[in-house]
Design a protein around this ligand. Sequence first.
Ligand code: NOJ
Length: 493
Amino acid sequence: MSKKVNRRTFVKLTGAAGLVSATEMPSLGGSNTVPQGSSARSGDALRDFPRGFIWGTATASYQIEGAVKEDGRGPSIWDTFSHTPGKVVNNATGDVANDHYHLYKTDVQLMKALGVKAYRFSIAWPRVFPNGDGPPNPKGLDFYNRLVDELLANDIQPFATLYHWDLPQSLQDRFGGWEGRETAKAFADYAGYVTARLTDRVKHIFTINEFGAFIEVGYRWGIHAPGLKLTGLRLNQTRHHAVLGHGLAVQAIRASAKSGTRVGIAENITIPVPVVETPTHVAAAESAMREMNAQYLTVIMEGKYTDYYLKSAGADAPKFTPEELKTISSPLDFVGINVYTPQFVRADASSPVGYAQVPHPKSFPHAPSFWLFIAPDALYWGPRHVAKLWNAKEIYITENGCSASDEPAADGKVYDTDRVTYLRSYLTQLRRATAENVPVRGYFLWSLMDNFEWADGYTNRFGIHYVDYATQKRTPKLSADFYREVIARNAVV
Ligand code: NOJ
């Protein structure tokens, strides 16, 4: 503290609350009476979001459902992987997870108490088709019928993801999973089957969640299921089959869904952030956006792989037909992006693509998840690039959030001030994007509650509700109080 700011002025500056200890701090409680568009500081329009902005939360099937052997569900690659010793921290599995399969009504009430207008969940393919293809298992889809009805009864719009990584094991065994074109075809059939039955009530469908994670981490680095380390042509062909599966699914959904169904994607784009916001670095970041996402979102939006990608891959470039590129780029109604971490870039005239990546210095702050570098402006640049480069008219932030080392305080509450600070900073940048008319229509906070964080097991908590896995008790963290206020005021608080 500088000499000029003594204790008295410090108290004045921070307000009395600045010195209240965590355990004395009152819960912010629900303030659903606050009118929408009314920011925390009255008259501070800089914090308001557009009217009708959709606030939501997100989860995924294998991370929360448990009940892996119930009602005819078949095994997925994540059952196999998590049951292989040494693959997941503490050899944790999703066998029980949050027991959401049985507690979904409780979880819908958590959402209701937050005031969210939408919920993004995923459908477990092996519940619906235990072998990935072949005969369906109607009991599997029944669970999602119950969930959707419960959400609608509580005025929460369901947004469903069809693939969030729990690939039926049988497809891995028979076709090498996404290595085989057959998996892309089976995915489309499953997508058509599900959407024919749910889209009387579910109006927003995401095909696939995060190519950039399940292919790269699962088929290339071997850290996620199925634990492969592919390289060269095999890897590029696997990437190609994944985007092809997306395109075939879009066509199948269009053919079988009820009218009014909107289809999109949820991709964890690499987000180039210009090191300094000058026109030259910004142009470099835009070029980087196309190139760094060449194998996934770029080919989906443009219907072609970039020249630079194909040239760099050389003989290992994927084999494809013009017809497949057309399928992959089937028009979407919206683009969803998962936003966590930045990739800084700078202009570089000596590079054929005009940019250079700037690695994170060792001291760059990050969350307990080693990959989650904290740079709020990623939530500005991500949607801005998507809107500017591809003229997207409807964008959703399908995930944003952070891991933290949450521990309940003596009063049982988790005061996750780090997560609140993270969310506030990121949302301020999202607000900057909407103020510039970047067409972001909604935001899904990851995650509604702590859950199975893949290879990290239950060690990295991302929830705004604390889950005691021994009792399955859910407790709102401070971040849940924060988010409730954001939603009620439709503004950053
Ligand atoms: C993205 C994934 O979609 C989700 O499953 C995961 O838990 C979060 N990132 C946090 O790592």
